[in-house]
Design a protein around this ligand. Structure first.
Ligand code: NDP
Length: 292
């Protein structure tokens, strides 16, 4: 019996789902159902392919049908914010939600991507962002969630993006958040990145370049300290960013840990229970291998 059906379905079973478009590649059902089975909960997690124009109706319907909540993935994370009746401070700052909990009083929205990444860095490297200098490559939705999770804790965060206006805009938005983190921004290029990278203790590649196989501009890897951690939020296939980090002797990690820990946070929001992240990682790895 695989982990999706191990939970079983009874008349009392509450449902959870990931909504995306496309969504068939999602590892979340396998990962969550493995954790649900290990916790002995009467829940089942499924996937729904939802076109953007149907998002409002689908969310209303799922709530009425008694779903406990949903995860949101591309392209729904920003659009769903306006449907929340209550939202976490981090989601408000990121202007993005990936987890909704349905209640009698409305819809609670949160973003667990950035915090999940930090949980995974703590678990894997014992890394704490407190007082650290961090570089984020990219200024899209994932960068926003990661920046929001780090705001107020890190010392400095430099955001570098191919479209520099988006990096400038994100840094300005984050500089308005409470706390002492200083956000700066630049183009994603070797010259502009030399100074921020020289002092960085963590470099996070949030660009979708790894996804499409496009090349990032060359980075000045040699100036990075070998204690620096390099993370690519992409998972499931080798990336040039991580190959370069490895070649230059840096500590490095892909985005599977982030996926697992953002999922663990979502399950905590829905159920108040602490899932076993090792079980979730194993299930995600297995589903990846099987090509789901
Ligand atoms: P967005 O489309 O919102 O942002 C994409 C970013 O990548 C933009 O900053 C864009 O720059 C940049 N980019 C794209 N192509 C290139 C290129 N060739 N060179 C340089 N920069 C480029 O995407 P998301 O933030 O939603 O997703 C980004 C990645 O994060 C995806 O690979 C996704 O799979 C992954 N992800 C992983 C998660 C996990 O749990 N591990 C969770 C969520 C996402 P520009 O502004 O100039 O277009």
């Amino acid at each position: 019996m695989d982990s999706r059906t191990a939970a079983g379905i009874r008349a009392t079973t509450r449902l959870l789902a990931v909504l995306g478009h496309p969504v068939s590649h999602s590892l979340s059902p396998a990962m969550h159902n493995a954790a649900i089975a290990a916790l002995g909960l009467d829940l089942l997690y499924i996937a729904h392919d939802v076109e953007p124009r149907n998002l409002d109706d689908v969310l209303k319907g799922l709530r009425k049908a008694g779903y406990l909540g949903v995860n949101l993935t591309i392209p729904h994370k920003e659009a769903a914010v306006r449907l929340c009746t209550k939202i976490s401070p981090e989601a408000r700052l990121a202007r993005s939600v990936n987890t909704l909990r349905f209640g009698a009083d409305g819809i609670y929205g949160d973003t667990t991507d950035g915090a999940g990444l930090l949980d995974s860095l703590k678990a894997e490297f014992g890394f704490s962002p407190k007082g650290k200098r961090i570089v984020i490559l990219g200024a899209g939705g994932t960068a926003r969630s990661v920046a929001a999770a780090l705001a107020g804790t890190a010392k400095t965060i430099h955001i570098a993006n191919r479209t520099v206006e988006k990096a400038d805009h994100l840094a300005a938005l984050m500089n308005r958040a409470p706390g002492k983190t200083l956000f700066t921004s630049s183009m994603l290029d070797q010259l502009e990145l030399a100074a921020p990278l020289q002092d960085a203790q963590l470099v996070i590649n949030t660009t979708s370049a790894s996804l499409t196989g496009a090349a990032l501009p060359r980075l000045p890897w040699k100036i990075l300290d070998t204690d620096t951690i390099a993370v690519d939020v992409m998972y499931g296939r080798p990336t040039k960013f991580l190959a370069d980090a490895k070649r230059h002797g840096l500590r490095h990690s892909d985005g599977l840990g982030m996926l697992v820990h953002q999922g663990a946070r979502a399950l905590r929001i829905w159920t108040g229970r602490n899932p076993d992240t090792r079980i979730m990682r194993e299930a995600a790895r297995k589903a990846l291998k099987q090509g789901r």
